[in-house]
Design a protein around this ligand. Sequence first.
Ligand SMILES: [Zn+2]
Length: 341
Amino acid sequence: MPTVFLQEELPEEAQIWSLLKALPLTHRRLSRSVDSLPSLEPGIVPGNRMDGSDHKLDLAAVHMTLHGRSIAGIYTSLQIPEAKLCFDCGTITPQSIRMPHLALTHGHMDHAGGVASYLGQRKLLRLGPTTIYAAEDLLPSIQSVVEIWERVQGNPYEVKYQAVRPGEYQELDGKLLLRPYPSVHSIPALGYTLCRTARKLKPEYKDLSGPEIASRRRAGDEVSDPHIEHLVTFTGDSTIEGLLNDPIARSARVIISECSFYGDEDADPALRTNVQHAHAGRHTHIDDIIGNLDQFGCETLVLMHLSRKHTPEEAFAALESRLPAAWKDKVLLFHHGNRAI
Ligand SMILES: [Zn+2]
């Protein structure tokens, strides 16, 4: 395709903007900040529940940031650049294609349909090898789709396929680990908890000063125990049972949970956004979140995967009126104005 060769002449950033601006109009309307994003660097917007037009949140509790896009049924792909990790690939973004680790929760199109484009862009921009993590039942199908596109393109991608099982940790870069756990959805699905290995001071040393601990360490004492910190859980698509059934997942310092629906049966039954409809599709409703807040140990709860049947303002209003005071500063809504469809 001539434009591909033309794009290779452009600086990397220009290639990405060129790609995005070539997307169909509906994509551009849905992601209204495509034309207004100032740069590809992760410019951070402080966590602000009322500032939902950006696709970025500051996860201060874990010194990380969250980027991406998520609209129920359209696309979900969220990235944590500090971990070089992308959760799901229902679409590609300038940030997502820079992540060498891609963890897929399940095979629905709005979560996995962008994998070939993601790999193709990583190849085109020479961004290096990629590892795709997915359940062992899903992975061969993903690999088949990618292999078809490799044949279509006449060009193999640099990709490693890593099957994962619930509870088995996968090593990412540095001290970071990825722990899958079972989600509860209409097809087999996983959630993931991003973890970090650390060392925790043994209780018998906790009253010693820094120099005293250093002295003991130099003398050969083992002053700390290995420890795994549970940093960020990403639920993918799931009913609330996915979190409730997994104590590690729900103990993470940041939980990114789907919350697709906020509707009330009495207010507008025709919209099909009430709790019964959410559960019928194996999704989460705001009632499920509000009713189980005491189960979560997190410092920040990010709600994503908002249905296009709701405006962000409706979701904010529901959260404002229903969240207990202690949770109002802990809950962030991840959205980007998804009424325009
Ligand atoms: Zn799904």
